[in-house]
Design a protein. Structure first.
Length: 318
């Protein structure tokens, strides 16, 4: 038995050394970049590929352009460590994925037209419909540092200083996310930390949550959101729906407590008259929302200076 173990370890060490010889790494890097370029129909460049111990693969200085030569993605370092044992059970388990200094630029040139990532979707989509998918993906830790993502509908006008879903620019993205389960029928993830800045001035200092979802229900627990001068806690948030008819069937129930909101943090979302105020409100509320009716069994607002206090219940119907 010791001889077999020694043989396996020795063989692994020799393969590791061979793959990481400068000539081997250069050949591997050029081969992978060329193969990916041919598959997606656009230029993929990779500065270096390192195959590390214990099944870790690291790509450095990665870039991808769209078919027109415009930058779509670039990253200083992309690393993943894959567990081998789950592969024999038809599962993909990644211990850690690290994305450092990533820059992703998404856009759409005209209304109804394709986005600049449509060619990737087409390239990696199977032309045959499968009766069932065996996808079972787990990522113990996804770490993102110093990254940037933008989305631009180029045919829509710009609005300076306002949060605009047509022109998003997210920078200084730091995240630590665990994807416990991803199958065709379920999703279970935990956001340990998410931090980002948006071009409009909206700043998220920290976001945490735990999410478990299936085809009928989504439960979110441990939701906290910290903005520079605001703190929001969501005890429990439950979404009920039918994935075959999502929006008409959607029902949302939740409760906010121990929360306060500074209007200055939301200046890019509010009318200018409110955005200029220094008002901070303590917020407590319960809500039941559907597409046709928003019910608030309790709403409590109180300004920190004591000049404003509101307690009410409300129902809004369409």
């Amino acid at each position: 038995m010791r001889g077999i173990v020694g043989f396996v370890i020795g063989t692994y060490a020799l393969l590791y050394a061979a793959v990481n010889l400068p000539a081997s790494r250069d050949l591997l890097t050029r081969t992978v970049a060329r193969t990916l370029s041919e598959h997606v129909g656009a230029k993929v460049a990779i500065g270096d590929i390192e195959v590390g111990l214990f099944n870790r693969v690291t790509l450095r200085d990665v870039s991808l352009t769209d078919p027109y030569g415009r930058s779509l993605l670039s990253g200083r370092l992309i690393s993943a460590k894959i567990a081998l044992a789950p592969l024999f059970e038809g599962k993909i388990s990644l211990h850690t994925i690290a994305l450092l200094d990533l820059d992703v630029r998404l856009h759409q040139d005209q209304a109804g037209g394709p986005t600049n990532i449509q060619f990737l979707i087409d390239a990696f989509s199977s032309g045959k419909k499968k009766s069932s998918s065996k996808l079972d993906l787990r990522v113990n830790s996804l770490i993102v540092r110093r990254s940037h993502v933008s989305w631009d509908k180029r045919y829509e006008p710009w609005t300076d200083g306002r949060f605009d879903v047509n022109h998003l620019d997210l920078s200084d993205i730091d995240a630590n996310v665990s994807l416990k389960t991803l199958t065709p029928d379920s999703l279970n993830l935990r956001v340990r930390n998410l931090r980002l800045r948006e071009r409009s001035g909206l700043a998220v200092d920290k976001l945490t949550l735990r999410l478990a979802a299936n085809r009928r229900r989504c439960d979110i627990e441990g939701f906290t959101l910290d903005l520079p001068e605001s703190h929001v806690e969501q005890k429990e948030l439950t979404l009920r729906y039918d994935t075959r008819d999502f929006l008409p069937s959607l029902r949302v129930e939740g409760e906010l407590a121990n929360s306060y909101v500074a209007l200055s943090d939301l200046s890019s979302l509010l009318p200018s008259a409110l955005a200029r105020t220094s008002l901070t409100l303590d917020v407590t509320t319960q809500f039941n929302l559907s597409p046709d009716c928003w019910q608030f069994p309790f709403v409590g607002l109180r300004s920190r200076d004591g000049d404003l206090e509101l307690r009410a219940e409300a129902t809004l119907t369409r």
